[in-house]
Design a protein around this ligand. Sequence first.
Ligand SMILES: Cc1cc2nc3c(=O)[nH]c(=O)nc-3n(C[C@H](O)[C@H](O)[C@H](O)COP(=O)(O)OP(=O)(O)OC[C@H]3O[C@@H](n4cnc5c(N)ncnc54)[C@H](O)[C@@H]3O)c2cc1C
Length: 492
Amino acid sequence: MFFNTNPEQTKRFLEDTSNLRTGHTPGVYFPENREDIRQLLEEAAGTSRRLVIAGNGTGTTGGRIPFGDYVVSMEKLNRIGKIQQTSERHATITVEAGALLEDIQRATEAEGWLYPPDPTEKLCFIGSTIANNSSGARTYKYGPTRNHVSRISVALASGEILDIPRGRHIADQDGLFHIPLESGQTIDLRIPAYNMPPVRKHNAGYYSAPGMDLIDLFIGSEGTLGIILDADLELMPQPEKIIALLVYFPALDNLFSFLAEAMEKKGRIHPRALEMFEHNALGFLRNVYPDIPNAAGALFIEQETTAENEDTVLEAWLELMETHHTLTDDSWVALDKGEQADMKEFRHALPVQVNEWLSRQQESKVSTDMAVPLDAFRELVNFYRNRCEEQGFHYIIFGHAGDGHVHLNILPKNHDEFLAAKQLYIELVDKVIDLHGTLSAEHGIGKLKSPYLERMFGKEGIMEMVRIKKTLDPTLMLNVGNLIAEEYLTTS
Ligand SMILES: Cc1cc2nc3c(=O)[nH]c(=O)nc-3n(C[C@H](O)[C@H](O)[C@H](O)COP(=O)(O)OP(=O)(O)OC[C@H]3O[C@@H](n4cnc5c(N)ncnc54)[C@H](O)[C@@H]3O)c2cc1C
């Protein structure tokens, strides 16, 4: 296994898209198979080394950034297996953790299959998307990554490898897992004793639910409980056709009333994606798309159709647009794959533009990834807007309106504004928690947001996570500082 200590060649592992800039590492390992990983973990246990698992560095929370830890790059474990069809409407594919999501989507689509999770960023590793339970626009219809993973194998800090097919390890009536290891020992592990918030998307802290499956504890655990090695993904047939629309609104009132009706899924209206761009986000995009009208906001919509019902579905959307007085002449309907790819490019352009803008600034953005129950969504958007306007911040709001989840990005012009935005962030977190929402809906907590998790779960909740972490990783080797701030691990 290659081990690289050359700072010039390994500096790319000191960053992701969080703008944390103080990472450092003694070196980077490049395992090529599960035996390499087992050996690496056993050696690390013997020498008290800490390891950080690196995906492709598109994470937004500093999760893969080492602070003195050795890095384990997953990039050489990138094999994609053959699609196994099990029925007319179901297939699976086995992939290694370092396979690129984009390559998996290309391989499955070429054979007529759909892997539903679709984070806007496609240049991420599948293992990271499982470790982060990533989501995307289609999550509105299909749910997050966890709904589409039927098996994982995980290397624990001890070097033992667990194969976890969904359905094999279910928490018993007392909330206990009894996990048999290769060595013949058994780990008894109680599920976390806290409730998860009543939101459609939630990715902050370890999953917990009565009678839960062990696979769901590892999915979304941000590499703190083990290294995901490979996984079986569930596939469904590609829809025959898709309609995509980009609808502009003269006022946010129209946007919210349209959204509410679209979500009732009445008649022929059954969206699979409902994504929002608020006025300032459209302004940002106008740098690349000068024809964007002066609108209060826009919704990106997708619905799966067939050749038979495409016309009537489109008619239903046009009627809805008329009822809610949208800027119909400026709106954009994409019926073929080429136009739809252009529209997706439009959607992706926003975070890319923001990241490019930030890379030229001295200050980092302050951004939220929080979600609230749907009945509190409008209140949240208004709160974000009002508080940012009051403080004179440059900000944008965009994201997954159908899931009660938008990203607010505050773009500070100087350090004083950055500090003020960080202060406001705490107020926003408390507001979201008051509304029974979650600190992270999809990007995870990483290192950037771990100091705030106690506001959501209380110290007791964090200590539940510490208990689980220490049962599976007693020497504190893997991704320390991710999700659980380090002081909770070292002071308990
Ligand atoms: C422009 C842009 C748009 C984005 N859009 C979305 C979006 O729509 N939805 C969304 O959910 N996210 C989105 N993201 C965030 C990001 O793409 C995801 O979090 C993604 O899962 C990160 O993948 P990566 O391979 O780049 O991981 P990295 O950044 O390298 O790592 C992310 C975390 O995963 C851990 N990890 C990596 N591999 C493993 C493994 N095999 N086992 C255990 N832990 C592991 C790392 O230690 C780290 O904590 C976006 C990011 C950008 C830059």
